[in-house]
Design a binder for this molecule. Structure first.
Ligand SMILES: *[C@@H]1O[C@H](CO)[C@@H](O)[C@H](O)[C@H]1NC(C)=O
Ligand SMILES: *[C@@H]1O[C@H](CO)[C@@H](O)[C@H](O)[C@H]1NC(C)=O
Length: 399
């Protein structure tokens, strides 16, 4: 028994050390602080403006020195335009939404805000779940009536952000674009669902521009404009496993609207089903001078179901013939691959390369393409386009 004593006297300091150790590292390991918007005054009934509660919760999360969560429980929360502004004191903010965020039913309230829910200069935000209902139908009707209307707000936007996750979000009936990634880096969008009427104007599903290392996975997009549009200054973009339709397809562009414009580089679009869309995979540029470009663009494994223009490069875009008559596109398109693209075209010409007479498309590669029109081989048309084919390519290439 006598030899017990030394042992127990050694345990005490060890215990004290353990406790000290635990407390000194605990801030980093602690569960994130959670800010429930309801405790900041948000009301779930759908008719009380909860904008201030969301901003108050954001202020707390953003100024927290450790990880923070903003929680939106079940219910319908009416919110006006909100800017979640950084920089923040931490780079681990989670926004977890179980309920619905509802834009004001009068489209004029946010119609000129640009973006309804905007993250600006924030690093490390993960946005999980929820329904974002832009209630855009009123604005679409206004636009179609020819009256003068506000241009409309994008539903969810990230600008000057880094390390962003958007996961499991449903975006309904945006006034304008549904999700925009702008001037941002390392963004992962997955399991997103976008839904708006097939004839709703300018309601692109996901738009990326001036951004690098963006990944868009496992998403289902049906809308009135491009399912995904890829604007100037996009690098290292990966898109995979997407269902698109209705909509205008997946587009690189419009490029070359500006004379000075950053290019698009290293884009992969893989495993996409297009159902009844206006286009499948498209590259489009304005017919006017520009130093822009698109290169290393890979379209891989696409299924076309009754698509009007399954494969298209159009360098003569000029809506209403304004600002470009008689001009040709300066945008240089090179190294574009189409691999394993099959299915049905809703028009006779399933492959259309309409490139710039001044800067022909170069290095187009087609491999294993089989597109039919009314159970017959479809047609291809080329203007100023060059490249190679391998494997089965039908319609026959027109290079
Ligand atoms: C192209 O982008 C992918 C991500 O989409 C990236 O993994 C790859 O390294 C990039 N390639 C080059 C040459 O930058
Ligand atoms: C091309 O696709 C059609 C329709 O799926 C199919 O019937 C046809 O056999 C395919 N052509 C070749 C050469 O594989």
């Amino acid at each position: 028994m006598a030899h017990d004593k030394p042992t127990s006297s050694a345990v005490l300091p060890l215990l004290a050390f353990t406790i000290l150790f635990f407390f000194s590292i605990s801030p980093a390991m602690a569960a994130p602080m959670t800010y429930n918007v309801v405790s900041f005054g948000a009301k779930p009934g759908g008719d009380t403006d909860s904008t201030r509660a969301f901003l108050a919760a954001w202020a707390r999360a953003c100024s927290s020195t450790g990880p923070a969560t903003i929680y939106v429980p079940l219910g319908r929360f009416l919110v006006g335009s909100v800017v979640f502004r950084g920089p923040c004191k931490n780079n681990a903010i989670t926004v977890r939404v179980d309920g619905t965020l509802l834009a004001p039913s009068d489209y004029r309230v946010i119609g000129n805000a640009g973006i309804w829910l905007m993250f600006d200069h924030v690093d490390g935000v993960s946005f999980y779940g929820g329904v974002l209902d832009g209630q855009g139908a009123g604005l679409w009707a206004c636009k179609k009536s020819g009256r003068s209307c506000p241009s409309g707000a994008t539903t969810l936007g990230f600008t000057y952000c880094k390390d962003i996750v958007v996961n499991g979000v449903t975006s309904l009936n945006s006034q304008m674009y549904h999700i925009v990634i702008d001037r941002s880096e390392n963004v992962k969008v997955q399991g997103v669902m976008v839904s708006a009427a097939g004839n709703s104007p300018n309601t692109d599903g996901i738009h990326v521009q001036l951004s690098s290392s963006v990944t868009i996975l496992n998403s289902n997009i049906g809308t009135g404009d491009d399912c995904i549009s890829i604007g100037p200054g996009t690098n290292n973009l990966w898109i995979e496993n997407i269902a698109c339709g209705p909509g205008h397809g997946i587009s690189v562009g419009s490029l070359g609207k500006e004379l000075q414009e950053p290019g698009v580089q290293n884009v992969t679009v893989k495993t996409v089903t297009f159902t009844g869309t206006e286009n499948g995979v498209r590259i489009k540029s304005w017919g006017r001078p520009s130093n822009g470009f698109a290169r290393n663009i890979h379209f891989q494994n696409a299924k076309m179901m009754n698509v009007r223009n399954p494969i298209v490069i159009d360098q003569n875009y000029c809506p209403e013939e304004k600002g470009c008559p008689g001009q040709v596109s300066g945008v240089k398109i090179s190294d574009v691959t189409y691999e394993d693209i099959h299915g049905t075209s809703a028009t006779e010409v399933a492959v259309k390369f309409n490139c710039s007479p001044k800067y022909p498309c170069i290095g187009i590669r087609m491999e294993d393409v089989n597109l039919t029109y009314e159970n017959k081989v479809a047609e291809a048309s080329c203007n100023h386009a060059g490249g190679i084919t391998s494997g089965l390519v039908q319609p026959n290439s027109c290079f």
